[in-house]
Design a protein around this ligand. Structure first.
Ligand code: PGA
Length: 241
């Protein structure tokens, strides 16, 4: 099974148009690709009405259960939005850059677990860490911190910050090196079955090359997922990988 995740971030999407474009191509795709969409909170219900079989992920969750936390959404509230919401992104670099630490990510993961929402853990270094040759230590810190206290994500996405939103994905060598670090870590933890994903400027033009990395089970797509047709084209190319 391969996994393809759309992260719409805070972009406003015409949901009806998106599914029109997506369905044009996606009909041709068989069951060996699992598609997951991460809409903004306000679009979760709309998406489930538009596509009753679609699996969704939230983009974030609060560390709190309930109460005076303006602008936040709890795991309980997420669980009530739609039965199709099965996952939540955790540790995306755009959320980490606003203060999400490894320990807050752990708390969020536990809150989600209580409502049977699975985590999609994002890890990845910035350019500075990469250039200093400190990627391995950096990734292992992020992973090690998450796996404390028996936590276990459903997916791990390697998302190098230096490739996100640039239009230029990481090259195969960099992806392979990072995935090797992650998969060795998982072997040690006896969790090697966790599917590994890549995110950072994936498009229909480069997905073949990216998916040629042996350790990869899928992709997390930002910009190129905003158009239903382009996202379906990625899914279509994906099948050949
Ligand atoms: P991008 O975003 O595809 O626009 O680079 C990926 C992500 O942030 O998950």
């Amino acid at each position: 099974m391969k996994y393809l995740i759309a992260n719409w971030k805070m972009n406003s999407i015409d949901i009806e148009e998106w599914f029109k474009g997506f369905n044009k191509f996606f009909r041709e795709i068989k069951n060996d690709v699992e598609v997951i969409v991460c809409p903004s909170y306000v679009d979760i219900v709309k998406c489930s009405q538009q596509a009753p079989n679609l699996i969704m992920a939230a983009q974030d969750v609060s560390i709190h259960d309930d109460g005076p936390f303006t602008g936040q959404i709890s795991a309980l509230q997420l669980s009530r939005t739609s039965e199709q919401l099965k996952y939540c992104l955790l540790g995306h670099s755009e959320v980490r850059s606003k203060g999400d630490t490894n320990s807050l990510i752990r708390i969020k993961s536990k809150k989600l677990e209580a409502f049977k929402i699975n985590s999609i853990l994002c890890v990845g270094e910035d350019e500075n860490v990469l250039n200093k040759g400190e990627r391995e230590k950096f990734l292992l810190d992020q992973l090690d911190s998450y796996f404390q206290e028996g936590l276990c994500p459903k997916f791990i996405a390697y998302e190098p910050i230096w490739a996100i939103g640039t239009g230029i994905p990481a090259d195969k060598k960099n992806i392979d090196e990072a995935l090797k670090i992650i998969s060795n870590f998982l072997k040690e933890k006896k969790q090697e079955k966790i599917p590994l994903l890549y995110g950072g400027s994936v498009s229909s033009k480069n997905v073949d090359e990216i998916m040629s990395s042996e350790l990869l089970s899928g992709c997390l797509v930002g910009n190129a997922s905003l158009d239903g047709e382009e996202f379906a084209r990625i899914a279509k190319n994906f099948r050949r990988c």
